[in-house]
Design a protein around this ligand. Structure first.
Ligand code: NAP
Length: 501
């Protein structure tokens, strides 16, 4: 029977409708280097056929650890038989070579006396699943330990960041018990990466070529190569990005690659934080503890009220995109600003340049203040004259109405486009319908890289700068604030391009 130490950190959850498909996908995972597989027998119309599948598979691949599960449909599984039948199938699975079984708490409680035979011949996991939320966990631990098992699997649904933190804290709170502790859903994603380092027995991953069996599962390849869950230690620094939505952020790809390149014991995670959950997130941040995090839509302004110190430029811009902890205090800065000025500085003498900023949102505000600080002569335009005027007044810039730009009436050394026009999926949108009034065009939009605006700028023989330059520049500065080390810029740039591709 595998001991705690002998379980690999990742278990691939395999649920397929035929024994043939189950074996085929299991073999693919093993060929990719995996050795720990869950066979969901309840996904088969005849779960007993899964027993033969386990025997046949292990004949071929005896080195693998198989966990057998046959969850009843009453408990969110697909098995329609009785508890007796469920336990009989699992017992046969163990006889066929499965080294561990998972029995849900509802079945286990009803059949306590009949569990002894099973418990004596395999690694016995009793499991709890909650698809609605994360209830108080202590009463649950009491309930599960009454059944008694080699390991207690607690899988809840995270509705907010602190739910994930409570689940992750289980192992530390009960050092004598072995937990598999995970929270489903996007807000629970950090648990899938952090659980093994925080004392959990293992985590689950989806097969590389098919869907997983629970919300939020990602492939083992992603867990190993992007999040490096076998590499970082219990003492690892945890970083992340907070956003809503966060799923499509390329920051985890870029920062994890940078941590890897600098051999820093750390990991960078996506945290889904809804607008009303900022305070709740900071609870998680304090308890994990988090060393630093990137801030993006919709939190850049609101985060400021929770910080101990804020860099003066960020305060003037009114937005923070980088938060890190120093001497127990939360500090905030705005690296978006340098993300705009640095790429331009490489191409122009900013103190002598005229720059037209298009837009009046967060990115435009950062750009306008930073460019004004660099000595550029700023003009601002946008679709809403009142909002443009307010920003222009705040940073000492000129207001230009859209119509004043028509027919080549004005020309600038550079243009910084900071609206969401042209961003995926609205890739054909462009603020200008005729001539672009600048020699150099910097589009902050980076998805797609070649926006409609930049295509038009190339046709008009303007020099162009893509939004990825801003992204990399602000990420480089974030990395340096987070870690105190110089950032591996080329690695980060490559990771950003790969993530976008
Ligand atoms: P934001 O605060 O929501 O501001 C959006 C801006 O777009 C506002 O000025 C808005 O004008 C304008 N806008 C929206 N729809 C428009 C339309 N149909 N016509 C004209 N103007 C329109 O967003 P943000 O954070 O400033 O981001 C703006 C862009 O910059 C996004 O595409 C974002 O991806 C990009 N960005 C890139 C980076 C990077 O690293 N490269 C970093 C940050 C942002 P109203 O005020 O009139 O609504």
């Amino acid at each position: 029977m595998p001991s705690r130490a002998s379980f690999p950190p990742i278990c691939i959850a395999l649920g397929f409708p035929t024994p043939g498909k189950l074996i085929e996908h299991a073999r693919r995972e093993v060929d990719a280097g995996e050795t720990f597989l869950e066979f969901r027998l309840d996904y088969l119309p005849k779960p007993s056929e899964g027993v033969a599948a386990i025997r046949a598979f292990l004949n071929d691949r005896p080195e693998c650890v198989i966990l057998a599960t046959c969850r009843r449909h009453q408990n969110h599984g697909r098995f329609n038989g009785s508890i007796e039948e469920q336990l009989a199938i699992l017992s046969d699975a163990v006889d066929a070579g499965a080294r561990a079984v998972d029995v849900e708490i509802e079945s286990a409680e009803s059949a306590q006396a009949r569990l002894e035979g099973l418990k004596s011949k395999c690694f016995f996991i009793v499991s709890y699943h909650n698809y609605e939320g994360t209830p108080p966990l202590e009463p649950l631990v009491k309930r599960m330990t009454r059944v008694g098992a080699d390991s207690y699997k607690i899988v809840t649904t995270a509705k907010k960041p602190s739910d994930a933190q409570r689940v992750l804290a289980l192992s530390k709170a009960h050092p004598k018990l072995k937990f598999v502790m995970l929270a489903m859903g996007e807000a629970g994603f950090p648990t899938r990466v952090l659980s093994p380092a925080m004392g959990g027995l293992y985590t689950y991953a989806a097969p590389s070529t098919a869907e997983g069996t629970a919300a939020g599962q990602v492939s083992a390849k992603q867990l190993r190569t992007l999040y490096r869950i076998e590499k970082f230690t219990k003492a690892a620094k945890v970083f992340g990005v907070i956003a809503d939505p966060v799923r499509h952020s390329i920051s985890p790809s870029v920062h994890n690659r940078a941590l890897q390149a600098r051999r820093i014991d750390g990991v960078y995670l996506p945290f889904l934080v809804k607008p009303v959950q900022l305070r709740d997130f900071l609870l998680l941040a304090g308890r994990l503890p988090l060393a630093g995090f990137s801030v993006t839509i919709p939190h850049k302004q609101k985060i400021m009220r929770y910080l101990d110190t804020i860099d003066p430029l960020a305060r003037r811009i009114g937005a923070v995109n980088t938060v890190w902890r120093k001497a127990g205090k939360w500090r905030g800065a705005n690296t978006d600003a340098a993300g705009v000025t640095k790429p331009l500085d490489r191409r122009l003498r900013l103190s002598k340049a005229s720059v037209l900023v298009v837009g009046n949102g967060g990115a435009a505000r950062g750009a306008a203040f930073a460019l004004a600080d660099a000595g550029a002569k700023i003009s601002i335009t946008g679709r809403n004259a009142d909002r443009v005027r307010a920003l222009a007044k705040a940073c000492g810039a000129e207001t230009i109405l859209r119509e004043q730009l028509r027919g080549g009436a004005r020309r600038f050394d550079a243009l910084v486009h900071a609206t969401s026009l042209g961003m995926f999926p609205n890739v054909n949108e462009c603020f200008f319908d005729d001539e672009i009034p600048a020699d150099l065009v910097f589009d902050l939009v980076y998805n797609p890289l070649e926006t409609a605006l930049l295509k038009r700028a190339v046709e008009q023989k303007c020099e162009t700068v893509t939004g990825i330059e801003m992204f990399v520049e602000q990420a480089v500065r974030q990395f340096e604030l987070f870690t105190g080390e110089s950032a591996p810029r080329t690695v980060m740039e490559k990771a950003a391009f790969e993530a976008l591709a």
